[in-house]
Write a protein that binds this ligand. Structure first.
Ligand code: E4P
Length: 218
């Protein structure tokens, strides 16, 4: 199971990498635009920090433009996976890129049907948008489960990378479903850590230890 961080913020990536649980970073044009730097600078800076794949999304909406951007991104860092929206042009560009061995997959994905087309094109991953599906009154986690079941049934190797996660409740439901990968914002990752029982337990151990000093002291 993979955990990715969904951000363009290098500070957040540095903090999350220090936890030792992050397998890579996903970005999108909105996240990159929220920084003051160029697309290439943001990706190059992230690549310096990330031990694992860095997912970078195309901006073009025509096939040639998507393919050209995908090849350009490959020059920016070693471990780039290209994100292509689930449009007609996107599926065509995906097929072309996968035929030439470029790692690329389908993002902004909202349906099982789109996920089947992506897998047929040998997508490296699909990114169903769980939070946005729920926002639209649909069932985000349910959609991910159906995709995962179909992939398992047919033996597709495309990674199911659940995206647009709004909270830890969605994340836990995805873990229970056995999803291949989840990408989340730094704040949702941070929300995995605190628990009142942990705070209370630690305070109790400190109080009982009192003024005995370092445990390494003989
Ligand atoms: C996926 O890779 C996207 O970057 C992201 O998860 C979109 O999430 P949002 O709905 O929070 O924008």
């Amino acid at each position: 199971m993979k955990l990715y961080l969904d951000t363009g913020d290098t500070g957040a990536v540095r903090e999350a990498m220090a936890l030792g649980v992050i397998d890579g970073v996903t970005t999108n044009p909105s996240l990159v635009a929220s920084t003051d730097d160029s697309y290439r600078t943001v990706i190059a800076n992230l690549a310096d920090l990330v031990d694992g794949p860095l997912f970078v999304q195309v901006l073009a909406d025509d096939v040639e433009g998507m393919v050209e951007e995908a090849h350009g991104y490959q020059q920016w860092a070693d471990d780039i996976v290209v994100k292509i929206p689930a449009t007609r042009e996107g599926f065509e560009a995906l097929g072309r890129l996968r035929e030439t061995g470029v790692r690329a997959g389908t993002t902004v994905l909202f349906s099982v049907e789109q996920a089947v087309l992506a897998a047929k094109n040998d997508a490296t991953f699909v990114a169903p948008y769980v939070g946005r599906l729920d926002d639209a009154g649909s069932d985000g986690v349910g959609t991910v489960k159906r995709i995962q079941t179909i992939y398992d049934t047919y033996g597709f190797e495309t990674e199911v990378l659940a995206a647009s996660i709004r909270n830890t409740t969605q994340a836990v439901a995805l873990y229970e479903a056995g999803v291949d990968a989840v990408t989340m914002s730094p704040s949702v990752l941070d929300d995995h850590i605190p628990h009142p029982g942990t705070d209370e337990g630690v305070a109790g151990f400190e109080a009982d230890w009192g003024d005995r000093g370092s445990p390494l002291t003989e």
